[in-house]
Design a protein around this ligand. Sequence first.
Ligand code: ATP
Ligand code: MG
Length: 413
Amino acid sequence: MDYADMLLLRFGEFTLKGKNRARFEKTVLRHVKEMTKPYPKVVLTKEFGRIYVELNGEPAVDLVEALKNVFGIASVSPVKVAKSDLEDIVAVSRQFLEIIAPAPGTTFKVNARRVWKGFPYGSMEMNKLVSTPLLQGYSGLTVDVKSPQLELRVEIRQGHTYIFCENITGVGGFPLGTNGKAMLLLSGGIDSPVAGWSSMRRGLEVECVHFYSYPYTSELARQKVVDLTRVLSRYAGVIKLHLVPFTEVQTSFTGIGQDNLIITLMRRAMLRITTQLAEREGALAIVTGESLGQVASQTLPSMNVIGRATDLPLLRPLVMMDKSDIVELSKNIGTYELSILPYEDCCTLFVPKSPTTNPNLRIVDKIEATLPSYSALLDAAIEATETVLITPYGDEKPREVVSAQAGLQEEWF
Ligand code: ATP
Ligand code: MG
């Protein structure tokens, strides 16, 4: 696609949403601007239902890779630009064919569309006027108007004509942040980063909350979460990460003689703290990476008892997904290699031999009510929470393995 002079970005499903449309399109444009910052020669123009990205020599391949991941973009076409003048249109179409060099026998059609009514030839006429000289020059092409392998689209507008044949599928979804804000419970595992990405794709702005139990969990485990957030920030531009010291809260649960309930108690404490952070930050939901039945704390009775610790809606984007599909997604979004690094999570450290799959709400409530200074412990954890802004090109130094696995990352920004 290095032939391209320009990329044509088309908006996705949200265009259906009447009066929100202008706001949504503006949000996508802002996101595209953010993603094209490292390419100073790029010029952006927004039109009804689409964005034009003039490349001016910037690399098409890299920009397509970055921009097809902007939420709200349905498709991307690399475009060659001609003057809106018959001779130039034919000449540029010919160049285009020479560059993409279709194999002999390729079936082909020209699909012209006259958007600018001042152009002297109609769409049907243009199909002929462009395809005839191309077919003469390329004996290998045969015409198939129903389902050609190569469809050369010629869009005639005032001033310029756009010639393209590729339609690369974009990530779609809703523009970033247009559906409000949620707090994402981010562990170092495979699932929660995927849950975060899925939420962002639905138009949620996400702030990450991570609980760590230093010195039981290492500095590396914490850095891993910073690195994961950085990968997520590629899709958002910037993400807030709240790092909550959880050691005191966690150790308050040990020694009460109910080891099989420790995970339940820990999860509820996480939700309580996150609810307060959500209030402070103006978020209206909590997102987790839970998937039904995956582990003891993710059975329906467990989810029920854990979920009652918050009044906020608990969003579980992965709840019905198979692990293999989650893994596939995490590979696609670039978090998998980080997620499988073997650093301990605060929860795995204190995992009892047989965590309950069926906790009793009354007992759990009672334990929490009788824990000495339980709410003071939670408040202290919030008080000591550290908040960091993470960007794709931020200050926190990613460890070697990150830059090695994500050559991608370097290319994108
Ligand atoms: P993940 O792969 O996201 O860690 P998991 O299948 O390992 O998920 P659990 O470890 O039981 O499941 O965690 C369930 C959910 O609880 C996670 O998806 C995450 O949203 C949240 N969570 C777990 N540990 C932490 C933590 N240390 N900090 C913040 N959230 C956490
Ligand atoms: Mg986990």
